[in-house]
Design a protein around this ligand. Sequence first.
Ligand code: 8NA
Ligand code: MG
Ligand code: MG
Ligand code: MG
Length: 352
Amino acid sequence: DQITMRSKFRGAMLGSLMGDCLGAPYEFCDITPGTKMQIQKYFDDLGDPNLKPQPFKKYTDDTAMLKSMAKFLIDKPEPDFNFLAKLFVKEFFSEPRRGYGENVVEVFCKLRDTKCGDAFSPAKTQFNGQGSYGNGGAMRVAPVALFYHSDYQKMLEVAEKATNVTHTHLLGVNGALLQCIAVQQALMIDPKNKINAKKFCHEIFKKIRFLETKGGQDRHDVESEECTYQLKMKIVENFLSRKFDDEFDDEVIICLGNGVSAHESVATAIFCFLKALDDDIPYIKTDDIYRRTIQYAISLGGDTDTIACMAGAICGAYLGEDALNKNLMKHCEKYKDIIELADNLFDAHSAP
Ligand code: 8NA
Ligand code: MG
Ligand code: MG
Ligand code: MG
């Protein structure tokens, strides 16, 4: 029904923004057991309705690029990737100090110098022609999952091309597709129904295996980058069966990662969402599923803004706007603009 879907669009967009804004202060901090207690207090303090929202927690590159992705889908009847490139360039040069990845800046410069005439060329030359496997494609892909949620093939096609404007390495692209699939799958579930975490995980596994094997049989060379995300999703499934103990988080970080590359962060974000569905992380004390999701992502350290942003988008797509804590939301820069963008995306998607 229409109301629920509108609320889910807002939930995914706000969930992404809030993960970015609230996660950014902890990016690459040292995480000790003490830090995890501090993060609990940080959320408790921000959740106080009397705390003034000034200064805002600022959003970073994740949200800057997410906004461009939404506009790209809203403003044109068919995807125009040169237009997307122009939006990225305009956004970057108007506010370059949003914490962009170190190398993606070269792409923006080349795009600007060629007036975005060929959206796909500059990214191909990154890292001596390997292309970037950073998580920059995945962190901004949620609007594609929302807009094309009822046309799965088109969703994947647009997600891949939109990623290719900055990221062409197989791992960067498949990481973005994995995140896109997770957001779409969460969007399709009624929040009144409890998610079966292992089933949710296995569904994603089957979809990403299909993409990685190009619809064919299992590969034997499991070391191959063409198997990376199916293996990651198997690891997620295994962690979901384990009880939390003192080694748990360290092993999650070793096996799933918390870095800036897509293969060390996207499966981690999916795991944070699924783990937080249950209230069994001892140092996290809240009944709020969304807060648990991003608090856990941030407590794992590393690329906290981006992992919380991706996990937050999945969780928000499942729960919808009403489940997101308004006290936390009001501390996030430009949250009202994100609501408007979510509504415009919804209206554009529903237009005949
Ligand atoms: P990117 O394309 O510059 O990639 C990010 C980083 O990943 C690069 O700087 C490299 O270190 C590494 N990398 C990617 N591909 C390769 C490769 N083929 N070979 C070797 N190394 C590689 O930018 P992006 O958009 O993917 O980055 C997204 C991340 O950067 C997000 O987490 C975002 O929040 C941001 N970020 C910024 C800071 C900061 O302080 N400025 C810190 C962490 C993350
Ligand atoms: Mg960032
Ligand atoms: Mg707890
Ligand atoms: Mg980041």
